[in-house]
Each structure stands twice: as structure tokens, then as C-alpha cells.
Design a protein around this ligand. Structure first.
Ligand code: SF4
Length: 453
């Protein structure tokens, strides 16, 4: 089946810190809220409880990720793109004003008891499962089980992809895409643009406008992060580093050192904003949201890339995310951090190759190299917060992306031994073999060894 993911399925705007544990559950809450509006008045009149149960990774790390707040925000009708981060921070805390769920004329209590943290081990179809139920005297009136499958996407039993028109150029592997490019004499951004127009019905200029908005939100989160100091929220007490690194860069007299310091600071700035629960862009997820803005800023500032070039870079990077999502996963709960920072780094490597005008082969090789050197990377966030190792991992992913592009542009690109399609398959197989301790449950790795921090 051809890939039918839209650019704006992949690049989504919302509050952090996690696309699977924050944005996905918020979207599930919002979906359930819409279903509630369709209930008849008789059912609503007898309803006495609206409740959520989180399972698996959502239960294990949901507190640190703000999953409880997120799903309640969705049930209150809040949209990820429009949510006020300060109001979101307060939700379900003792300092917040009293809230109620309003469903037509019916009002039901909304408090900390709304969300229950269920078993970590379960037999549901996806690691990130949540159930939402409207009940009357213990009996369900409306019940839905949701799977938060990564990158803010949700599914349910019987879910079908959004009905979209067929993409103009159909492919599901990098090799398939390369064949189209060779036959038609096109480049990746042209194919992505043609497909986006065909699938969504948007015009080229509307798509460009939306891409510009994505670039603006990336830039504003980066700027906010660069200008904020102090500790990140939560019990770890981790301090922000981006502003300090940027200051050190100003004092650095060695030019390459200065660029490297700033490049790290860019990635940290956005990752720290995400960890603070502020608005970022999924690229492909929130945990990995710092990698792409770092290369975008690098391209703008040091390679003097103009708006059009940046848009084309975003479209090329998106194809890498599409292929990873379609053929493997971009969910840390499914395949570990290789699917988040690894895929973000591969997207960023392809972005740099596109911006620098590299050939199709170099571009695919750059993405392959970046992902190859994240294979096996586990997801073990300390205390369930998207902070350790996540924040620094964004800086490492960005630096590796640049290096992957440099390595790919040396030598004969036709002699690359591992293809991008192969490395995606290896990522999936490795993720399947990975113990669930290392897939966003905080039951292994750093999460266990740093439990006292
Ligand atoms: S370790 Fe990686 S996959 Fe896990 S929460 Fe952090 S960024 Fe996401």
C-alpha cells in the first residue's frame, strides 16, 4: 500500500513533552469528546462518571510525561495546536481552578481521580493503550480503547487511515521513490508537493504557507529556549543548558568551536522547551523535536539558505519520516529511541543533503548512515520525564546528522553497502527484539540506575 501520510501529519504543533504520551492522548480525549457530543440526551442524563485508564508505557511513565493532564485537556475540548501552555501546566494541580466536563447540558466532575494508572503489562494491540469510558452506575454508556502509536498519531480497533485521494506518485520504499525520480527526472520536494496537493486538495501556496508556519514555530521554540534559564519542571531538578552554551559560543574565539557550540545549543533549546511542556513541532516526535530545528537554523544562519530552500529541505526530511513510520515505527514504546532520535537524525541528515544540493544517492546514504548509528538505542527516560537522556540526545542526534551528511558525501555514493530500506528493516527487527524494559517504560537502563536522582 502506497504511503499516504501528509506533511502535516508528521509535522504537528502542540505542547510537549511527548507526542505519544501527551499529544496522542490529548487527541484521543478530543476524539472521545466529539463522540460524546453525539450521544442522545437520555444517555447523557443518566451518566455519572467520565474516566480514563492508562496502560503499559502510558501508565509507567504517564506522570512524568503529563499523560493524565493531556487526556483530560482533550476531554475538555482543548486542541494541541491552540492550547495555552501555562493553563496546561496547571491542569489537575491543586493550584488550578475547579474544572468540569461539559457535554451539552450535562456536567461531570473533572479531577485527579478522572485518570487511573492501569497495569504496565497487558495484552492489548499496542504498548501505548488507553481506555476512556462514560458510565452510569458502573455500566458503560460509551467506551473506546485508543492506541497512541507514536508521533501524536492515534488508532483504535477497526481504525482505518483517513480517506484521502491517492498520492500522485506512489511509493513505499526508498528504492521505489528513487525509481520515480529517475523515470520522471524529478527531485524529492517536487514529488512530495505533488502528492500533498493530490491527497489533501490544498494548493501549492497553501502548503507553502503551512510549511512556513511550521518553520516559524520551530524558530520561536528555539528562540524561547535560547533565552530561558533555570531548572526544568519535575522532581529531577535538571537545569537548562542551551542559554549557557550559547553564551559560551559568544566567548569562543575558535570559529569551528563556536559553530559547534551554537549547533548544540539550538537542539538543546528546543528539547528543553519540549521538556518544559511548551509548544514545539513533532519532527517526527516531540521527544526528538530539537534535531530538525537545529539543522534548520544551521542552514539558515551558516549556509544562508532562503525560505524556499528550507521548505524543500522540510519536504525531503519528511519523506524519511514517512518511510520510517510506514515500514517500521517512530514510537519509542515500540522500537526504542532509535525510532525517535534515530529517525529525527536521519531526517536531519537528508535535510542537510537537500539544502546543500546533494544527489539523490548521497541524500539517501546520509539518512541511512544517521539511522545506522542509532540502531539499538533504547528508550529509558529517568522517572518518566522527557529530560534524561532525551534533551542531550537531541544535540547528539543533530551533530550525528551533520556528520552522516559529511560521510555520505565522501567517496562513491553508488558503493554504499547498506541501503536506507535495509536499515529501516533492521531498526524494526531490533526494536522487536528489544526488551520492553527499554521501550519507554522506565523499567530499565538509565531509568533504573538513576532512580535516586
Ligand atoms: S529516550 Fe528517546 S524515545 Fe525515549 S522518551 Fe526520550 S527521546 Fe523519546
Amino acid at each position: 500500500m502506497a504511503i499516504t501520510i501528509s506533511l502535516f501529519d508528521l509535522y504537528k504543533i502542540g505542547p510537549g513533552p511527548s507526542s505519544s504520551h501527551t499529544m496522542g492522548p490529548m487527541t484521543a480525549g478530543l476524539d472521545f469528546q466529539k463522540r460524546l457530543q453525539k450521544l442522545d440526551d437520555e444517555d447523557l442524563a443518566r451518566a455519572d462518571h467520565l474516566g480514563v485508564t492508562l496502560y503499559g508505557s502510558l501508565s509507567a511513565t504517564g506522570k512524568g510525561h503529563g499523560t493524565d493532564r493531556a487526556v483530560v485537556a482533550g476531554l475538555l475540548g482543548w486542541h494541541p495546536e491552540e492550547v495555552d501552555p501555562d493553563e496546561f501546566d496547571l491542569l489537575l494541580t491543586p493550584e488550578d481552578k475547579p474544572r468540569v466536563f461539559k457535554i451539552k447540558n450535562k456536567e461531570l466532575p473533572c479531577d485527579q481521580k478522572t485518570v487511573a494508572f492501569g497495569p504496565i503489562q497487558h495484552g492489548f494491540a499496542h504498548a501505548n493503550t488507553l481506555e476512556i469510558s462514560l458510565d452510569a452506575k458502573g455500566e458503560s454508556i460509551l467506551h473506546k480503547k485508543y492506541y497512541s502509536v507514536g508521533g501524536g498519531f492515534i488508532q483504535w480497533d477497526g481504525w482505518r487511515p483517513l480517506e484521502r485521494k491517492d498520492p500522485k506518485y506512489q511509493f513505499e520504499t526508498m528504492e521505489g521513490l528513487k525509481t520515480i525520480l529517475r523515470k520522471k527526472g524529478m527531485d524529492i520536494p517536487d514529488v512530495v508537493m505533488a502528492n500533498e496537493i493530490a491527497m489533501t486538495g490544498l494548493s501549492g501556496s497553501e502548503i507553502e504557507e503551512k510549511l512556513d508556519h511550521i518553520l516559524e514555530v520551530m524558530e520561536s521554540s528555539l528562540e524561547r529556549g535560547l533565552n530561558t534559564r533555570g531548572p526544568l519542571p519535575g522532581e529531577i531538578g535538571l537545569g537548562r543548558k542551551a542559554a549557557g552554551l550559547a553564551q559560551r559560543a559568544q566567548e569562543e574565539t575558535h570559529k569551528p568551536g563556536r559553530i559547534l557550540l551554537m549547533f548544540n545549543a539550538y537542539a538543546l533549546a528546543v528539547a528543553e522547551e519540549n521538556a518544559a511542556g511548551h509548544v514545539v513541532v513533532t519532527a517526527p516526535t516531540m521527544g526528538s523535536c530539537g534535531v530538525m530545528p537545529a539543522v534548520v537554523r544551521l542552514a539558515r544562519e551558516y549556509f544562508r539558505a532562503d525560505r524556499k530552500t528550507l521548505r524543500r529541505g522540510l519536504m525531503t526530511a519528511a519523506v524519511i519520516g514517512f518511510l520510517a513510520k510506514h515500514n517500521a515505527s517512530i514510537s519509542g514504546a515500540e522500537v526504542g529511541c532509535q525510532g525517535e532520535i534515530g529517525v529525527a537524525s536521519a531526517m536531519a541528515a537528508a535535510f542537510l543533503a537537500q539544502v546543500r544540493g546533494a544527489s539523490m544517492d548521497i541524500l539517501a546514504n546520509a539518512a541511512e548512515i544517521a539511522l545506522e548509528h542509532h540502531l539499538g538505542m533504547t528508550c529509558d527516560p529517568v522517572k518518566g520525564y522527557v529530560q534524561i537522556p532525551c534533551v542531550e540526545r537531541n544535540a547528539m542526534g543533530a551533530v550525528k546528522a551533520y556528520n552522516a551528511y559529511l560521510l555520505a558525501s565522501a567517496g562513491d555514493p553508488g558503493k554504499q553497502k547498506v541501503s536506507f530500506d535495509q536499515v529501516i528493516q533492521v531498526m524494526l527487527d531490533t526494536g522487536r527484539d528489544m526488551s520492553c524494559k527499554y521501550k519507554e517504560t522506565s523499567l530499565g537502563g538509565l531509568a533504573v540506575s538513576m532512580a535516586q536522582c
